[in-house]
Design a protein around this ligand. Structure first.
Ligand code: AMP
Length: 413
């Protein structure tokens, strides 16, 4: 038996109905704030992600599905949505439009990660990007919109972590300071942390052993090193969030797996999830457009995982489709008028289904009952009768009268 590849899954109809609800909430909430939908290709030039996401990141180093297109060009299945949206912004000259350009998407992404609950190799994200605005209001608004989406979807046990990364220059200086601090205390650090001081000193903040944690509690924090205008920007974001009643925790050690962030950085987690507790997050990426050869353009955005949102929300019952009319065929003689009736009923806005399985009339009526059809039209050799499945009433009619009668919702007798 051939199965779906490891780390991928089928979206069966009930699941698709739940996803549609999330998509509809995203369309409503983001649409009301002036975000318009965009869709970019499932694969892009590999270079886009190497330059956009960052060569040193895990995503680029280990998680990309990269292939040759047969003509010597390297392509990659998109592992995230921000770099492609920025590529589209540049390619279509969107800097000439009124700024910021506010875009949203719901698309699938691909990462060769070790699969586990909430972590897949093909997964879906709802994302929003506001390109062309440096204002703290943009960041605060994006966070508020994501909070509203998560709430509307019913995600439980939410918390928000927030920090500011300042500029890459501030960060580089800070990393030097942290390295020196850690080197001066090497004996107190775990061997693992010690071996990574030069490679990635920030990882030390995630250490679990008590001696290292003790050292880290007193370590210098990036938030205390921000340049005055970055600090002011961050203060304004916080003020607006406070005003909006959004609770957050300052987490100066927050890091996300993408290199392009500057200033505001945030992540929503849910305690209803296991190890993979991140539901959605994002931040400001003021240098990315320029890095991709566009004009210097500040921007900010987020992405939230559709499967994680579904895992962290109560499973709402899915209602089956409402079937207005089932068209039963006691004999083959009724096929052509029945086929016509089905088309006309659908054109009139009804959900109409035709018998397709060659069942006996009894079997067809049982089937109509099982799918919850409101009416059954029995199209036979010598006429048509219409049965109201709720009342059980049935009466002879003509094929032309079936649709008007259902539309009127009239009692048959
Ligand atoms: P990121 O693009 O890494 O910032 O991820 C944004 C959100 O996408 C996360 O908070 C998750 O909800 C979701 N996500 C990221 N990677 C995966 C994955 N491999 N499987 C399922 N969801 C994911």
């Amino acid at each position: 038996m051939i199965q779906a590849p490891k780390g991928t899954f089928d979206i069966l109809p009930d699941d698709a109905a739940r996803r549609e609800r999330i998509e509809a909430q995203a369309a409503r909430i983001l649409g009301a704030a002036g975000y318009r939908r965009i869709e970019t290709p499932a694969f892009e030039a590999t270079d886009l992600f190497e330059r956009g996401v960052g060569e040193a990141t895990d995503i680029v180093q280990k998680e990309m599905y990269t292939f040759d297109d047969g003509g010597g060009r390297s392509l990659t299945l998109r592992p995230e949505g921000t770099a492609p949206v920025c590529r589209a912004y540049i390619e279509h000259g969107m800097h000439k439009l009124p700024q910021p350009v506010k875009l949203w998407y719901v698309s699938s992404f691909f990462r060769a990660e070790a699969p586990q609950l909430g972590r897949y190799r093909q997964f879906w994200q709802v994302g929003a990007e506001a390109i062309g605005s440096a204002s703290p209001e943009t960041d605060a608004e994006l966070i508020v919109l994501l909070a509203e989406l998560l709430e509307a979807v019913g995600v439980k046990g939410l918390s928000l972590s927030l920090t500011s990364l300042g500029t890459p220059e501030t960060r580089a200086e800070y990393r030097e300071e942290l390295r020196a601090y850690l080197h001066a205390r090497e004996q107190q650090l775990s061997p693992d942390v010690r071996s990574r001081i030069d490679l990635n000193p920030m990882r030390a903040f995630d250490a679990s052993d008590e001696a290292t944690r003790d050292v880290m509690r007193r370590a210098p924090k990036l938030l205390d090193r921000l340049a005055p205008d970055d600090a002011e920007h961050f203060a304004e974001v916080r003020l607006l969030l406070d005003d909006a009643g959004i609770r957050y925790e300052l987490d100066p050690t927050l890091v996300r797996g993408l290199d392009y962030y500057t200033r505001t950085l945030f992540e929503f987690s849910s305690d209803a999830l296991g190890a993979q507790s991140g539901v959605g997050g994002g931040g400001r990426y003021d240098r990315l457009i320029e890095q991709l050869d566009g004009p210097p353009t500040p921007a900010s955005g987020w992405a939230a995982g559709v499967e994680r949102m579904m895992l962290a929300a109560d499973e709402l019952p899915v209602q089956g489709d409402l079937v207005d009319l089932f068209i039963a065929l006691p004999t083959a003689a009724g096929v052509r008028p029945a086929f016509r009736l089905a088309r006309e009923a659908r054109r009139a806005g009804l959900q109409a289904q035709l018998e397709l399985a060659g069942r006996s009339l009894r079997g067809q009526l049982r089937h109509a009952d099982r799918i919850g059809a409101r009416y059954v039209a029995i199209v036979g050799e010598d006429g048509t009768s219409l049965k109201n499945m709720e009342s059980g009433e049935q009466r002879e009619t003509s094929a032309q009268d079936v649709i008007p009668m259902i539309l009127r919702g009239s009692r048959l007798v």
